[in-house]
Design a protein around this ligand. Structure first.
Ligand SMILES: CC(C)(COP(=O)(O)OP(=O)(O)OC[C@H]1O[C@@H](n2cnc3c(N)ncnc32)[C@H](O)[C@@H]1OP(=O)(O)O)[C@@H](O)C(=O)NCCC(=O)NCCS
Length: 183
């Protein structure tokens, strides 16, 4: 599937902007990988080596051309420091649906970066033709992520959903949604 082109200006909100993942982000990727939950959400291995992190970066750089979605580094507007990663995944965009994910390096948490990144990512999503709804699948124990979703205007659905984590295991997760407002 051919996706909409890469945005000409980095999506931004508040303290962050979203830019292409680059080899300079290797330190960010390695720090992210020290959180034991992060490897469950994607292909970054726990305690990634430099080579592991560079391979993950290379995979992220291919996500757009392979039609999977938009994979962004979250960077601080103040100093362009990479503070995390987020993605908008579009395999179901023809049905109007996307999923989103986000992670902030442990040393930069509780600074508002995740909420700002999700707001920037969601605003960018609404620029994509046909996209009507973005879903988040969040573990019931993950209060930080639930608060992030709520902060970014997502609404928790009553029903939960079986969602596959990276190792193929299926878990019951909370579902949060944001819907595109008609203009
Ligand atoms: C979830 C995560 C992205 C939050 O990042 P963050 O930058 O610390 O979040 P923010 O600073 O933007 O905070 C957003 C909201 O969450 C709350 N929050 C953040 N960490 C929290 C924690 N550990 N416990 C309770 N609330 C927390 C903040 O207080 C804020 O809510 P408020 O504005 O209503 O007070 C981060 O903890 C993380 O990367 N976790 C590992 C990966 C992950 O779980 N990703 C989500 C997968 S669904």
């Amino acid at each position: 599937m051919t996706l909409s082109p890469w945005p000409s200006r980095p999506p931004a909100h508040g303290s962050v902007l979203l830019r292409e993942v680059a080899p300079d982000d290797v330190g960010m990727a390695r720090e992210l990988s020290t959180d034991p939950y992060v490897p469950e959400t994607g292909s970054l291995p726990f305690n990634a080596s430099v080579d592991d992190a560079l391979a993950w970066i290379s995979r992220q750089q291919g996500r757009h051309s392979e039609g999977a979605g938009f994979s962004f580094t979250v960077a601080s507007v103040a100093d362009d420091q990479a503070v995390g990663h987020c993605g908008l995944w579009l395999k179901d965009v023809e049905a109007g649906l996307a999923t989103a994910g986000y992670a902030i390096v442990p040393s930069q948490r509780r600074c508002g970066y995740a909420a700002d990144a999700l707001l920037a990512l969601t605003g960018f999503g609404w620029t994509l033709p046909g996209l009507a709804r973005i879903l988040l699948h969040i573990e019931p124990w993950n209060i930080a992520s639930q608060r992030t979703a709520e902060r970014a205007g997502y609404v928790r659905q009553e029903a939960t959903a079986d969602h596959q984590i990276f190792n193929g295991e299926t878990r019951e997760m909370l579902v949060y949604v944001a819907d595109r407002l008609e203009t």
